[in-house]
Every structure is written in structure tokens, then in C-alpha cells.
Design a protein around this ligand. Structure first.
Ligand code: MRU
Length: 356
């Protein structure tokens, strides 16, 4: 069966060249799929707010946005004297670093931008700004390439006709393009396999219902939406052949942090003998932490749990917990799919080898 791919519609971030110094435009993911609107960003603080409020979300996309945030700040400040420029840039980095805690790609991108800044520390602010913009564009382009490589490696794991469950959105919207988990699915479809997707709704922010379902519908990839509590039932009935998710941070031992509810899916997959795959670029693997217990887990506002947008259904004043991510122990991960290949039964030795 031939699927017509409409990838052009699914672009989370784009750089808009302008006569002054350009802008970052980000598709407002808080309003999809009912409203399709790009918002414009011109400083580190505005990009940090876009990340915090989840206009842009998903680990790799957050990293790309942060890189542009640094470049925008440098462009905005380039007419300042050296000392003022340096001091304001330090603040810009720190504001971006505080936007969200779990996705390590944010800190990976900021570290990389900091290294470019170091390399150009003798140059004028305007030359530093130009170099940082080039660096951000390189991170942006590199992410698309990496996702395509991951897709090719991962596609081999999916059989023709596979029914693949995914949680949250690890698609083009969560990256610079193609996606991690959904990138594997896209690549398998492009290779001629008949893949159908089961998208968990992903309470409370509904990334599955609002974003994954929308992405798949855009590209005519068959998708069935379920609420999170239906996954076990479908697995027990033999209606799921594989699970693929993305991740916000992998610890050195292979423990995986991803959207809240992923752990539950991994336990169910193990119970039913269904492979549980995680697709991520090397920039999501944090070799500086031994295991998942050290991954900072973001807690978000209670109104996301007590209702959705303006509609609030829980009793006012009720106590709420809203951890946005959970950790799946490495023993439940069948394989991690990276741009360097597929790592089966990931552990410290295998992940270390990826970086040697
Ligand atoms: O809170 P979000 O929407 O930023 O969480 C996103 C996820 O958990 C994704 O699965 C993860 O970032 C991988 S995206 C390729």
C-alpha cells in the first residue's frame, strides 16, 4: 500500500531569516490540533518561556529551541560593549537552563553552544552572534539527519503488519523532523511495511491524542487512539506486537525516563512478552548519571490534572500530584535504537561503547 507523505505540515521549529537578524518560529503545540499557529521568538527569555509553557516540547526539539534561544540572545545583544554582552549572555544561558529539568537534550545543546561561545571568545559580539546562529542551524539540521538514521536502524525491528503502541509524542513535533519513535514507524512505512499505530492518549497533557494522532493522520499512517488505561486490555487480547517510545534522558545503566505512564506500559509489555523499544539520539543518553533514580523529574501545575485548559472537573482544593515523567528500569527495555544502531538489552558496558 502506498502512503502519501505530508511531512511538510509537521514542522515544530523553523528559522525565519529577516533583514534585521531573523526570528525563531515555533508551532504552538499547546493548541494543536484545533489551532495551527506559529509563534515568533526573538530572545533567550522568550524561547525559555516557549519551552516552559510547552509551545515546543519533546527532548530533541527542546534542545534545538534552546540552541536558537542562545543565538537569538547573542544577535539581540551584539551591539553591546564586550563586558555587557558577556554578562547578559550568561543570564540568557541560565534562563534557558531553568526552563524544564528532565530532557537532557536541553543541557546538551546549551553545553554545545557554550563551547562554540568559548571558541569565539576573542571575537567581537557580532562575530560571536553569527557563529552561534550557525551552530544552532547545525544542531537543527543534524537532528533531522540523526532521526532518519535511527528510523532506518529501527525499522528493521518491525515486521510487516505490526501493530505498534506508542506513548506520548516522539514524532516530528518532538524533534527537528521525522521523529524518534514515530521516525522508526515512518521509516518502516516508507520501506513498504504495513504498520498501524496505537496511540495512548497520554494524560494529562494529551500529547498522544492531540499530537501523535494528528501527525499520523497528516501522513495517512493508520492510527487508533486509546485512553491510557486501555493498553493492558489490548495487549492481553494479542492486539499489540511492539511498543516504541522516545525518552527524555537515559542513565548510564540504561534506565529510561519518559512521559509519565511509560513505566506502566513497559511493565505491561513485559507481562505479555511484547518487545519494548526506546528510540533516542546519543544526545539523550546522560553518561554522567549512574541510574534513573538520579534523573530530575519535573512536577507540573495541578490544574493539568484537575482538568484540561479552562474546563476543570475535580473538586477545587483537592491535593494533586503531577509528575510529568517516570523511569523505566533498563531490565524492561528490549532495545534502545540510536543513530549508531540498535542496542539490545542496554547496560553500562553497551552504552559506554557508543561513546568510545
Ligand atoms: O512533556 P513533553 O511533551 O516534553 O514530553 C515528551 C516526551 O516524553 C517524549 O517522549 C520525549 O521527549 C522523547 S521526544 C522524541
Amino acid at each position: 500500500m502506498n502512503h502519501s507523505l505530508n511531512t511538510a505540515a509537521v514542522v515544530a521549529l523553523r528559522w525565519h531569516e529577516a533583514p534585521d537578524y531573523g526570528r525563531l518560529e515555533m508551532l504552538d503545540q499547546t493548541r494543536l490540533p484545533s489551532v495551527f499557529e506559529y509563534l515568533s521568538y526573538d530572545s533567550a527569555a522568550s524561547v525559555a518561556e516557549g519551552i516552559r509553557s510547552m509551545v515546543v516540547r519533546g527532548a530533541p526539539a527542546i534542545g534545538v529551541a534552546a540552541a536558537y534561544g542562545v543565538a537569538l540572545e547573542a544577535l539581540r545583544l551584539q551591539a553591546q560593549p564586550r563586558e555587557a554582552f558577556d554578562a547578559a549572555m550568561d543570564i540568557g544561558f541560565s534562563v534557558l537552563a531553568q526552563s524544564r529539568p528532565t530532557a537532557v537534550n536541553l543541557f546538551w545543546a546549551l553545553d554545545r553552544m557554550q563551547r562554540y561561545r568559548e571558541q569565539h571568545k576573542q571575537d567581537s559580539p557580532s562575530l560571536v552572534a553569527a557563529a552561534l546562529l550557525d551552530a544552532a542551524k547545525a544542531i537543527h539540521e543534524e537532528d533531522v539527519r540523526i532521526n532518519q538514521q535511527m528510523g532506518e536502524h529501527g525499522a528493521a525491528l518491525l515486521a510487516d503488519g505490526a501493530r505498534v503502541l506508542t506513548h506520548c509524542n516522539a514524532g516530528a513535533l518532538a524533534t527537528a523532523g521525522h521523529g524518534t519513535a514515530l521516525g522508526v514507524i515512518r521509516s518502516a512505512v516508507a520501506a513498504g511495511k504495513r504498520i498501524s499505530v496505537i496511540a495512548d492518549e497520554t494524560r494529562p497533557f494529551l500529547q498522544g491524542a492531540r499530537l501523535t494522532a494528528w501527525e499520523m493522520v497528516q501522513e495517512n499512517i493508520p492510527v487508533t487512539l486509546i485512553t491510557d488505561n486501555m493498553a493492558g486490555h489490548l495487549m492481553a487480547r494479542g492486539e499489540v506486537d511492539a511498543v516504541i517510545v522516545g525518552t527524555d534522558r537515559v542513565a548510564a545503566n540504561g534506565d529510561v525516563a519518559n512521559k509519565i505512564g511509560t513505566y506502566m506500559v513497559a511493565v505491561l509489555a513485559a507481562r505479555h512478552g511484547i518487545p519494548f523499544y526506546v528510540a533516542c539520539p546519543l544526545s539523550t543518553i546522560d553518561m554522567s548519571i549512574d541510574n534513573g533514580s538520579q534523573i530530575p523529574i519535573e512536577e507540573r501545575a495541578s490544574h493539568e490534572v484537575t482538568g484540561f485548559r479552562e474546563t476543570q472537573w475535580a473538586a477545587a482544593g483537592v491535593q494533586v500530584r503531577n509528575p510529568s515523567f517516570d523511569v523505566t528500569p533498563a531490565e524492561l527495555v528490549s532495545a534502545i535504537i540510536t543513530e549508531k544502531g540498535v542496542i539490545h538489552a542496554p547496560d553500562l558496558a553497551k552504552l559506554s561503547a557508543l561513546f568510545s
